[in-house]
Design a protein around this ligand. Structure first.
Ligand SMILES: [Ca+2]
Length: 394
């Protein structure tokens, strides 16, 4: 039977297109047209200045492989691989779960020896809504020899993985989205509101702190965190930095030490969303029982900090040692200089920035949400000069 002969037999009834086939065919055609978009037929797509990848929802974490190669996650659960302008999807990663606007696939990080072992780590809320870490070897855009190496007991609306050395990484885990003081961060037995330190295989390092009531070390490295969405490890000076969301104001940049209590929700420089105080504890009282931030921003300057980067070895040398913060609230790229205690707006109203990364040349990448700053904007990756400028700007 010829192919030509078989199709009319299936599709036609009495010489006319069968109504069911017609409906299916029209549905397929509209899906195909929507997937291709008008741009497919209108020639090469012209991207706005600096945009090197677009068409996404909420791109969250970026992991730089080389000057023109990086991985980035989309919160909906997709891991993308960018190489020289082409973007492909990595297959074989675990399914992740979103809850309301939160969750899903949150961060991607390369093992420090990635060039040899190809190991990639991802942080995601699993199908049971527990923040988990999986690792795998990246081979031909496939996740191979995948293992889930850590599974927490809680959902987190943000998470970051950074490396201390080849054998240890830090993982941030926040509260699950409840805006009012959740006692979890002060409970050592709860995984939420913590920074965890794990071995590269996900096991608890024997030299982690031992907290009262526990028989031995746990994964908890520090506690009393609210919503830590920025983590940076300064390998030269061996210092871990963290940025976290306060409630209404009170966003913080912290220096993290082993066993430290960072105060939430016993004390905050911010207010509850209904403008009531988080607690009646004074700053002096808080300092006696917890570690106060290196920097906090008042309710008049809301940051809602996401990705955190300390600028190092940049050709824009006056920035070295200062922090770039992606901001969700004012939709700016901000720079905080601890030497002068000044917060500068590097790029205004660019959109809700989820992550900031530095390329080997010192150029910067930022991941920006769909729908910001304009409702029609798609989620995108923008490349900036080492001083944070868009192409064509001075
Ligand atoms: Ca704090």
């Amino acid at each position: 039977m010829s192919r030509e002969g078989s199709v009319p037999n299936l599709a036609h009834a009495n010489g006319r297109l069968h109504p069911v086939i017609l409906v299916l065919w029209l549905a397929l055609l509209s899906t195909f047209t929507a997937a291709c978009g008008a741009d497919e037929f209108a020639g090469p797509k012209v991207l706005p200045p600096g945009v090197i990848a677009s068409g996404y929802g909420v791109p969250d974490g970026i992991a730089v492989i080389g000057e023109t190669e990086f991985l980035f996650v989309e919160r909906s659960g997709i891991l993308h691989h960018y190489v020289d302008g082409n973007v492909t999807q990595v297959s074989g990663i675990p399914q992740s779960r979103t809850r309301d606007v939160y969750g899903g696939l949150l961060d991607v990080s390369l093992h420090p020896d990635f060039q040899n072992n190809r190991l990639v780590y991802i942080a995601y809320n699993d199908v049971s809504a527990n923040l988990s870490v999986a690792r795998f070897e990246l081979r031909n855009d496939r996740a191979e020899t995948l293992q889930v190496i850590y599974r927490s007991g809680g959902f987190s609306i943000g998470s970051r993985i950074v490396w201390e050395d080849e054998s240890h990484f830090f993982l941030s885990l926040g509260i699950g989205g409840d805006p009012y003081p959740d006692p979890g961060p002060q409970r050592i037995h709860s995984d939420v509101g913590k920074i965890h330190r794990l071995r590269a295989d996900g096991q608890v390092p024997p030299d982690n702190p031992v907290f009262p009531d526990l028989n031995g070390p746990s994964s908890v490295w520090s506690y009393g965190h609210r919503n830590p969405q920025g983590l940076y490890y300064d390998t030269d000076n061996k210092v871990l930095y963290e940025s976290e969301h306060g409630p209404l104001g009170g966003d913080e940049l912290n220096v993290i030490v082993a066993g430290g209590n960072y105060g939430w929700p016993l004390f905050s420089y911010g207010l509850n969303y209904d403008r009531t105080p988080v607690s009646d504890m004074t700053e002096e009282e808080a300092e006696a029982i917890s570690i106060l931030p290196l920097k906090y921003w008042t309710p008049n300057f809301r940051v809602a900090p996401s990705g955190l980067l300390m600028v190092e070895n940049s050709p824009h040398s006056s920035w070295n040692g200062s922090f770039l913060l992606g901001a969700l609230n004012p939709r700016h790229l901000l720079r905080y200089d601890p030497a002068s205690d000044e917060t500068e707006t590097v790029l205004a109203n660019i959109g809700r920035i989820r992550d900031v990364a530095q390329l080997p040349s010192g150029k910067l990448l930022i991941a920006v949400d769909a729908g910001s700053p304009n409702p029609s904007d798609s989620g995108r990756i923008i490349q900036l000069s080492p001083s944070g400028g868009l192409p064509g700007s001075s």
